[in-house]
Design a protein. Structure first.
Length: 275
């Protein structure tokens, strides 16, 4: 049963966009931080909660009988389990934001790389994956394996401009932060306990393609990467799209370049001095 309240554990970039969306569906939305007054100043004081997984004395500050969205890496395993028991997470709707790095890259030389769906092999040697799987199998968590998040204030054009990313044949999967927020809410409302969903826009692209298009449209040049094994992943989002459809929603930003145009216009309007 979906509760009337939601608590977001670990409120960073994604939470800033998610809170306004969540407030359309929940009567109360809370967010946590290790330093809430410093990091959550955009929220009302009654929404801010101090929480630190490493500080068990903060666990009791969380409200009970709320849905839970877990937004930080589920590590270390022992603390994850202790907190999950303390907070009775098995009795709540729980969605955990994971990473597509959970999937085992393997040693395949195939190129383009094969499509990755939710049945693909995961790397259980990674502590974060162990924590996510513990929450999924023992506490009924829905795990969202999230591609690279972008949006206002996290602009791929800046990544290219500053040399953070370069031209290569490596595939990258991306998701706009607003579409991620919509998917989180759909998972909280519609997903079955223990399910896994890949979260991306469904259009894997190489950095060669992205950098070439960015240079043509925005005149931002890039250098060539010296990466030796630039394969990456091609992430399937079919299951996520079905979830969104059941929730009466869909992806807003399917086209990366149209989304970047919107971000650029927004940035320019913010940069202009007020009349």
């Amino acid at each position: 049963m979906v509760q009337s309240s939601l608590i977001i554990l670990g409120s960073g970039y994604t939470a800033k966009f998610l809170v306004p969306l969540a407030e359309q569906r929940y009567t109360r939305v809370f967010a946590t931080s290790r330093t809430p007054d410093h990091h959550l100043g955009h929220l009302r004081p009654e929404q801010r909660i101090r929480f630190d997984l490493a500080r068990s004395d903060t666990w009791s500050l969380l409200p009970v009988e709320t849905d839970v969205l877990w937004c930080f890496p589920a590590i270390p395993l022992e603390l994850v389990q202790q907190f999950a028991e303390s907070a009775s997470l098995h009795a709540r709707r729980l969605v955990v934001l994971g990473s597509t790095s959970s999937y085992d890259d393997g040693n395949s030389a195939e190129y383009p790389p094969p499509w990755v769906d939710e049945t693909s092999t995961i790397d259980l040697t990674k502590p974060r994956v162990q924590g996510e799987e513990l929450l999924r199998t023992c506490y009924g968590a829905v795990v969202l394996r999230v591609a690279g998040i972008y949006g206002p204030g996290r602009n791929p054009l800046d990544w290219i401009r500053t040399g953070r990313v370069n031209r290569s044949r490596k595939y990258v999967n991306l998701i706009h932060v607003e579409d991620l927020g919509t998917t989180c809410l759909a998972a909280l409302r519609q997903a079955q306990s223990g399910e896994v969903y890949n979260v991306s826009d469904g259009h894997p692209r190489t950095w060669d393609e992205i950098c070439e298009t960015v240079e043509r449209r925005w005149a931002i040049r890039s250098s060539i990467s010296d990466e030796l094994r630039p394969s990456g992943k091609r992430l399937s989002n079919h299951k996520m799209c079905e979830l969104l459809n059941v929730d009466g929603a869909g992806l807003r930003y399917k086209d990366l370049y149209e989304a970047l145009e919107v971000i650029q216009r927004h940035s320019l309007s913010e940069a202009r001095p007020s009349p």
